[in-house]
Design a protein around this ligand. Structure first.
Ligand SMILES: Cc1ncc(COP(=O)(O)O)c(C=O)c1O
Length: 427
């Protein structure tokens, strides 16, 4: 499949009009891009017995969740409040079918109460969580997240499988946890793992096939299992987001895994997947204003740099500061200008508030058309783990999110204000 270009990316008039109305920075979502990606994931689940979920932590806004719901995709949530946000967006509670799965490393705050009240499927990621559920009086079905001993995410910080990953129950312990769950009156109805993808599609296919094989080995011990989840991790190409993505290969793999696992189990199983990033990454752009351009000089500590100072920071888009992640940067008003290496830095009182970094955390000047004060600058592909990881550090307040559909733009979250920030203070 090919992802359409974001319609606002080259429409400087529109962006300036929105900047005048909403201020900068702001997020602009393109509904067509989001829907194309949702359709692409759904196309991989056409075979009987294959079901997609959306890992909603990538972008939990009601506006996005309603698009997901419309497409018949279910939810993977990771906190009590995410469960409640999914319920608010129209997803059903209960287990018939388990539209909302609740994957937890730790039960915190309202997590256990939400499992009990909403009847959603808890996906247990640690042996002691069975006892937590029992203590809370839960006797419903559970899912078991295993660590199969291999796999990794898009960067080293996202370690999703293997001895150094905190996620899941080590696969050889899974049967003991099942026995403990059964003794406490809970049936294990799903086996789950999310091992991440690495940045390459081929690696994802290899990892997922390997994972299905590992599940096939243990499934005979799990007589009540109705479903197996291969997790998420469909990679998004941040450098070339419109490149063709061979999603059909995934469709074939999912159909084949469903058949293989059902055969080993001796009954029809549901095969689940739960990508997050792939649905939403290219659908949102962070629009920021260049507020100044300044230089440092080369000395014995290192080379001089051109800084483009912008009004967005890691409070808006944390991924570059957090993981050294690459996001394309464009200046739609700077066509024809000569390019130069530029470091793009934000307003936060933190030297690490820099968007142009690499995964060794160093400044990584980017070749950009020479920026000028007043330019609008776009940070692309921020729909996944962008706004959802935003904070109000430095009391800046989260930027608004706008929705573009058929040429019309409407806000769906407003700018966070000082009143919002102060509202939490109780004395
Ligand atoms: C349990 C689980 N499922 C799904 C996902 C979604 O991963 P991605 O956004 O890479 O598809 C994650 C991400 O970390 C996860 O931890």
């Amino acid at each position: 499949m090919q992802t359409p270009a974001h319609a606002a990316a080259s429409d400087l008039n529109l962006l300036e009009t929105l900047a005048a109305e909403y201020g900068t920075p702001f997020w602009i979502w393109d509904s067509s891009v989001l829907r194309a990606r949702i359709d692409a994931v759904v196309s991989t689940t056409e075979a009987e017995g294959v079901q997609a979920r959306f890992a909603m932590k990538a972008s939990p806004a009601t506006k996005v969740l309603k698009e997901i719901k419309k497409a018949g995709v279910w939810i993977d949530s990771v906190s009590g409040n995410e469960v409640l946000r999914a319920r608010h967006s129209g997803f059903s509670g209960g287990n018939t079918p388990p539209e909302i799965c609740f994957t937890a490393d730790v039960f915190r705050d309202n997590a256990l109460a939400t499992v009990l009240e909403e009847g959603v499927l808890p996906n247990v990621g640690s042996p002691g969580m069975v006892a937590d559920l029992q203590k809370a009086g839960y006797t419903g079905p559970i899912s078991l997240r295993v660590n199969p001993g291999f796999g990794h995410g898009h960067v080293n910080e996202c370690d999703t499988g293997g001895p150094s990953s905190k996620h899941g129950v080590w696969i050889t312990e899974a049967n003991t946890v099942r026995e403990a769950a059964e003794a406490a009156g809970m049936k294990v109805v799903m086996l789950h793992a999310h091992i991440g993808s690495g940045p390459q599609f081929d690696e994802l296919i290899d990892n997922l096939s390997h994972l299905a094989d590992e599940f096939a080995k243990i499934i005979p011990q799990f007589k009540d299992v109705e479903a197996v989840s291969l997790g998420g991790g469909i990679p998004h190409d941040y450098r070339n987001p419109e490149a063709d993505v061979p999603v059909e290969r995934l469709g074939d793999l999912f159909a084949e895994s469903q058949r293989k696992l059902s055969k080993v189990a001796g009954r029809e199983l549901r095969l689940e997947i739960e990508p997050g990033r792939f649905y939403v990454a290219p659908a949102a752009i962070l629009v920021t204003r260049v507020t100044d351009v300044k230089e440092t000089e080369t000395n014995k500590k290192g080379p001089g740099v051109t800084f483009a100072m912008v009004d967005a920071g890691f409070v808006d888009l944390a991924r570059p500061a957090m993981y050294g992640s690459f996001h394309r940067i464009t200046l739609p008003g700077a066509k024809g200008r000569e390019s130069k290496p530029v470091v793009v830095a934000g307003p936060l009182c933190e030297s690490g508030d820099v968007f142009t970094r690499d995964d060794s955390e160093m400044l990584q000047p980017r070749e950009l058309p020479s920026p000028q004060t007043g330019d609008l600058m776009l940070l692309h592909d921020g729909g996944a783990y962008g706004y959802s990881m935003a904070s109000n550090y430095n009391s800046l307040g989260r930027a608004p999110q706008l929705w573009l559909e058929n040429g019309e733009v409407t806000p769906f979250t407003r700018r966070e204000t000082i009143e919002d920030i102060l509202r939490l203070e109780v004395s």
